[in-house]
Design a protein around this ligand. Structure first.
Ligand code: ADP
Ligand code: MG
Length: 219
């Protein structure tokens, strides 16, 4: 196990470099081993692991291309510097779920507003995060901005984005449906869930996604 290991997800191993983190895309075997420790043996885990790694690679390539064309987006992904094979170095941030623990409910509602704004900004550039696991996949940077640190499962497809909004994919994210927070696996605190739901229902519906999609792209 590497020194300074910060976390391992289903797609990435995250190493603490101080002010930055280094993220290495797992191999399909490593991802499979992660899934298998979670006792979901009934599901076709090997296929899911291969998909997770492939999606991670495609998403990283897509986000790298997007930032290359629109450098103003780089801070919204914590300034990733891409290496080969989907690996990258990124600014270290305070993980969203952790940040919620140290703030008042009023301040936390403000963070949720910023999360929805961030998601809509990305949609305006033609990209949408599919999973909405805001508590673990977002963070607060040193300027207090909400940023997306895990862009391993994003779509650049307009129809898919509209469909995910229509079917309210966000309600099936662990951040929303899961009742408990663990030290590293965060669910939204119960008192914030109605607020989050109202924000998403009013600002992140299929109409909003359709209207906002690619609005910021320079022609
Ligand atoms: N830039 C970062 N700053 C601080 N912690 C991070 C950062 N990137 C990842 N982490 C931590 O590592 C975990 C896993 O990283 P993530 O990019 O979400 O990988 P995975 O795609 O495997 O879920 C995150 O949930 C978070 O706790
Ligand atoms: Mg993640």
């Amino acid at each position: 196990m590497p020194e300074n290991l910060l976390a391992v997800g289903y797609q990435y191993e995250v190493i603490n470099l101080g002010n930055q983190v280094s993220k290495r895309l797992l191999t399909p075997d490593e991802s499979f081993a992660r899934f298998s420790t979670h006792g979901r043996q009934l599901l076709p885990m090997r296929k899911i692991a291969i998909n997770a790694v492939e999606n991670g690679l495609h998403s990283a390539i897509g986000v790298a291309a997007l930032i290359n064309e629109y450098p103003e987006l780089s801070p919204t992904f914590a300034n990733p510097q891409f290496k080969s094979n989907g690996c990258y170095i990124q600014d270290k941030v305070t993980v969203f779920g952790e940040a919620l623990r140290n703030r008042s409910t009023k301040e936390n509602k403000g963070l949720i507003d910023k999360y929805v704004e961030l998601s809509l900004l990305h949609v305006s550039y033609g990209m949408m995060d599919k999973v909405c696991l805001l508590t673990e996949n977002c963070g607060i940077d040193k300027n207090g901005k909400v940023v997306l640190i895990d862009f391993g499962e994003v779509t650049f497809d307009r129809q898919e984005a509209i469909r995910l909004a229509r079917t309210r994919r966000w309600t099936r994210s662990q951040a929303f449906f899961y009742p408990f927070s663990k030290p590293r696996n965060f669910a939204l605190p119960i008192e914030l869930k109605p607020y989050y739901a109202i924000r998403m229902l009013s600002q992140f519906g299929p109409k909003a996604i359709e209207q906002t999609w690619q609005q910021s792209l320079h022609s």
